[in-house]
Ligand binder design. Sequence first.
Ligand code: NCD
Ligand code: ZN
Length: 423
Amino acid sequence: MLKYLIKGGTLIDPSQELLGVYDLLIEGDRISRVEEDIFEPEAEIIDARGLIVAPGFVDLHVHLRDPGQTYKEDILSGSKAAVAGGFTTVVCMPNTDPPIDSPHVAEYVISKANCYGLCRVLPAGTITKGRKGREISDFWALKEAGCVAFTDDGSPVMDSDVMRKALELSAQLGVPVMDHCEDNSLATGDLNEGEVSALTGILPRPPEAEDVLNARDCILSLYTGGHVHLQHLTTSLGVDIVRYFKEKGANVTCEVNPYHLLFTEEEVLRSGANARVNPPLRKEEDIKALRGAISDGTIDCVATDHAPHAQFEKGRVDAAMPGMIGLQTALPIMLRLVSEEVLSLSRMIELMSVNPARILGIEGGTLREGAPADIVLFDIKKEWVLNEETNFSRSKNTPLWGKKLTGKVIYTIKGGRIVYKDN
Ligand code: NCD
Ligand code: ZN
């Protein structure tokens, strides 16, 4: 049996309130011991002195573009980017071509990902057939095929009755329904409504487009008991809405994208189409509210919304495909917030690992003895640049392209196997 002994690292595992210098022994695909000083002559040693050792990151919101749009990304390139970013599990969005609205497409994704064995790839199925917003997909069959959530991501579910039914099914099946909340009748433009949209003449996409659907979904969750997970929250009012409905007892969770914690709408003036994303980058006051909500617990997790697009799709801002790649930049962005004392390292790991695993109800997100050996080792000080040499995604659409980043994954271990090692 393969054994690794991770020696001398600073272990941080919020799932068991563990923080300190410990050794960790992996036997086969499981964590077998966590103790102050382990001696195991048969194990290969991984020197973790100076590194943080944490449960592998779990990302609830990733676009792998496979099947159908593999010029942007595919399961292999996306998995490589994921493990280089410290992720051992990703949930891939069903806005593929064809969409993941039938078991055979879900099975294709799972079996292709298993062939590579890099990170765990768990598909989300669509809420509605063809992502058209009308007829509910066969949730039972999709769950049976391995789907861990349902979402029409990229598009909202505009019909409230369809959403209510989906949440009733969520309550029955115990599977979260994730919604991309932007009301189509309000979200007609490309940039947040404000000075930048006015200055550039690019049509606005106001915050209320997001807030009305967030509120609606929370209301429907409260009535049905279904688990609604609000994707990429960006507004200050959205934070208040979630806080209010959580207090009311609604079964609601939500995520924030690292970019929405970092950039304001003005980033478009610097980065052009690479800063074009749905929902759009907002204002300083929204960032402040989101940062407050990650430290006070209103926001449950960080999700990258890794959204690769080809260069030819990122020309003019108002003609560009929305989205940014994000698997390899999530850790450096979050570490920057840690250095600014927005949150602790331990809270960061809770948001990137423990909580997303809990939302999905999957194993992982913990370094407990007996748990799968899904582990990330990172250096909080190491500087690097995201460029042609370091990027694993097939796309490079991010305002952070070519920028110096601080914080790097050194090892990613999935199921007891090293799936990424920094060179
Ligand atoms: C995503 C994409 O490109 O698929 N784009 C984006 O701007 N976020 C879709 C999505 O996550 O809504
Ligand atoms: Zn979305």
